[in-house]
Write a protein that binds this ligand. Sequence first.
Ligand SMILES: [Zn+2]
Length: 62
Amino acid sequence: MEHRHKLRNILCPVCIRGKLLHVVAKMDLIGVNTYPPSQSLRAELFVKCPKCKNQIGISIKH
Ligand SMILES: [Zn+2]
């Protein structure tokens, strides 16, 4: 089957505990950056941390 992706968690940069998203492990090579609310202008998308409730910005290097 095709469901064999290795996943890794992207952790909240504020509390380092909240799991914001799961990405395919090979995305390591591309890079996912997370930003606290103070740097959110650099982000392309946003998720709310399930632990600390901060709005965390995310950008993906293309
Ligand atoms: Zn958090």
